[in-house]
Design a protein around this ligand. Structure first.
Ligand SMILES: CC(C)(COP(=O)(O)OP(=O)(O)OC[C@H]1O[C@@H](n2cnc3c(N)ncnc32)[C@H](O)[C@@H]1OP(=O)(O)O)[C@@H](O)C(=O)NCCC(=O)NCCS
Length: 149
């Protein structure tokens, strides 16, 4: 097992209240609305660079477009920063992530095996120029492949 096989952070969203209306966005009591997991990933050739991946991230379909995904990403990124990460990466809805300030990972010369859809792999620097001049393969924990994530 490579270093970083264990999830570092697992955050859930439940019973979120809309700050403007005070209305509970969930239908039921204590219902799970969304989840994000964060794991350490490795940048091939740069073992000292601390990168973390936000994945998987999901919000229940009936609760999407209410700001829950954004809140999960912001919380996860804050925790990554506290854990010493210099950059975070994610694979999935590139439009969603770029809307939140991420850049296509190719911009930094990064790629990964989860980049099935061109442009779906994205990155965000937590420290200025942390990815500048690097590039290479971002290796996710083996668990991701084993689970087909
Ligand atoms: C992608 C996903 C997590 C977004 O969660 P969400 O709660 O619906 O997103 P939010 O409501 O927090 O959206 C935050 C902002 O992103 C925008 N946005 C949401 N989904 C978007 C998309 N697919 N494309 C572009 N922008 C998007 C919203 O309009 C919102 O913009 P605003 O802040 O200007 O109002 C959710 O659609 C989902 O769970 N999808 C299925 C699983 C998945 O694909 N996960 C990602 C890969 S792991």
């Amino acid at each position: 097992m490579r270093r970083g096989n264990l999830a570092q952070i697992s955050l859930v969203a439940e019973r979120v209240t809309d700050p403007e209306t005070g209305r509970h966005l969930s239908e039921g009591e204590g219902g799970l609305l969304g989840h994000v997991m964060v794991s350490r990933v490795e940048l091939s050739g740069y073992p000292d660079r601390v990168l973390m991946a936000l994945a998987p991230l999901a919000v229940l379909p009936q609760h999407q477009r209410h700001g829950i995904g954004k809140r999960l990403v912001i919380s996860a990124v804050k925790r990554c920063r506290l854990l010493g990460a210099g950059a975070v990466v994610a694979a999935g809805h590139a439009d969603f992530y770029t809307h939140l300030g991420f850049h296509p990972a190719g911009h930094y010369g990064l790629y990964c095996h989860h980049d099935d859809v061109p442009g779906s792999f994205v990155a965000f620097e937590l420290l200025p120029d942390y990815l500048e001049g690097l590039g290479g393969e971002v290796q996710f924990p083996d668990t991701f492949s084993e689970l087909g994530i």
